[in-house]
Design a protein around this ligand. Structure first.
Ligand code: IPE
Ligand code: IPE
Ligand code: MG
Length: 263
């Protein structure tokens, strides 16, 4: 699919014209969000932290719509980390119930928008079987969609994915000298996932927090101070705007920077 084409073939947002070819109007092909700040959002309102998680639902839908309309091809959302199991059990249980409700509630909307949904992680036996089944059902329902791919990282850890890839590689008896970055990446979950171009981490925190470590190797990062439940489509478009201002060098030198060496 042309990166400028939206999932249902609609024209991209007029805010974001131009090709995704590295030119000034480029749209990141793969955007990933660390959805952070729910607890602080609630605490600043003297509400329980769980209210912040509930309020995050509206942002998630807004961002999915904004990304799709902008012509983003891949959107990844960090919803629950392997480290988040260490939170109080009432918060963890709440999140399991909330995510199940959100997935069931929005399944038809996501499918109607031509979005292909995937869940990255989801290996811990503490995940309620009903929730895992709902994830599977949504993946099956939307699996043939050719619009934006939405990856929800749930019970995800970047290091765990890398360790699992190493195990898988060893089991495949690949000779050590044949292992390249590409063959290694082929053993990661969803090996067709393109490198992340832009990571948005809300709430002002500036950490990776074990998120898609392999895929973010050369991503651009933005850290909007707004808390995730207050983050809206307009903030998302501002992040895309910041991305467009960046020079991506990938370790090289831009053509306009190449000059004759001075002796
Ligand atoms: C992110 O918000 C949501 C999850 C990690 C599930 P937080 O719950 O981390 O919110 P803060 O960082 O405590 O404000
Ligand atoms: C990262 O946020 C995980 C998710 C957004 C799902 P955290 O709030 O858990 O990360 P730390 O603890 O600040 O690193
Ligand atoms: Mg946090």
């Amino acid at each position: 699919m042309n990166m400028q084409q939206t999932a249902d073939g609609a024209a991209p947002s007029p805010d974001l014209p131009g090709p995704s070819d590295g030119g000034p109007g480029r749209v990141p092909h793969h955007v990933a969000c660390v959805m952070d700040g729910n607890g602080r959002w609630a605490q600043s309102r003297a509400l329980p932290r769980t209210s912040g998680h509930s309020a995050a639902e509206a942002t998630v839908i807004d961002v999915i719509e904004a990304a799709r309309a902008a012509g983003v091809g891949w959107l990844s959302l960090y919803a629950f980390s392997t480290e988040n199991w260490g939170r109080p059990s009432n918060e963890v249980d709440f999140l399991m119930r909330l995510v199940r409700r959100v997935v069931r509630k929005h399944a038809v909307f996501l499918h109607a928008r031509g979005i292909r949904c995937r869940f990255l992680g989801v290996t811990d036996p503490r995940i309620p079987p009903k929730l895992a089944r709902d994830f599977d059902d949504l993946m099956t329902l939307t699996g043939d969609n050719r619009g934006m791919t939405l990856t929800v990282a749930f019970d995800h850890g970047g290091r765990r994915d890398i360790v699992e890839a190493a195990r898988s590689l060893l089991r495949s008896n690949t000779p050590a000298e044949s292992v390249t970055e590409q063959t290694f990446a082929d053993h990661l979950p969803y090996p067709d996932t393109p490198d992340v171009d832009l990571v948005i981490r809300t709430s002002g925190e500036q950490r990776i927090s074990n998120f898609m470590l392999w895929q973010v190797a050369y991503a651009e990062w933005v850290f909007p101070p707004v808390l995730w439940p207050d983050f809206r489509a307009s903030h998302f478009l501002e992040c895309l705007h910041s991305y467009r201002q960046r020079d991506r060098r990938f370790g090289g030198v831009l053509p306009n920077e190449i000059g004759e060496p001075r002796l």
